[in-house]
Design a protein. Structure first.
Length: 116
């Protein structure tokens, strides 16, 4: 996961909470293995604020946000972009959990820290 960046929605589907800190989360997945890597079920990451409450992804019509899906051949990489409105007073630290793969090969990665 790259360092978060501020995000300004072009035309949000819903109004984010007042005084929310809106951040973009960028996750890059690189297949360093010898076989295809399934991104099945990865979609958007699970994000929780500092109080442990779920924060739902922000949706806008800009086309900048991108879900991870499908599979990656050996050596390929894919980038997922999502945005979140972290409520004032509960933004630091926040947690991002990203899961990918299928069945017994399912793996997860967790980041916890301050938004930049």
């Amino acid at each position: 996961m790259a360092r978060t960046e501020p995000y300004v929605p072009s035309s949000a589907v819903f109004d984010p909470p007042k005084d929310a800190r809106i951040v973009q989360v960028r996750i890059t997945v690189v297949n360093t293995g010898a076989t295809d890597l399934s991104l099945y079920g990865s979609g958007t990451p699970i994000v929780k604020n500092a109080k442990g409450n779920l924060v739902f992804s922000l949706t806008d019509g800009s086309g900048r946000l991108k879900l991870l899906s499908g599979s990656l051949a050996s050596g390929q990489e894919a980038v997922g972009l999502s945005a979140y409105a972290l409520p004032k007073g509960a933004a630091d630290p926040f947690t991002v959990e990203f899961d990918y793969g299928t069945g017994l090969l399912r793996k997860g990665v967790v980041f916890s820290g301050p938004p930049s």
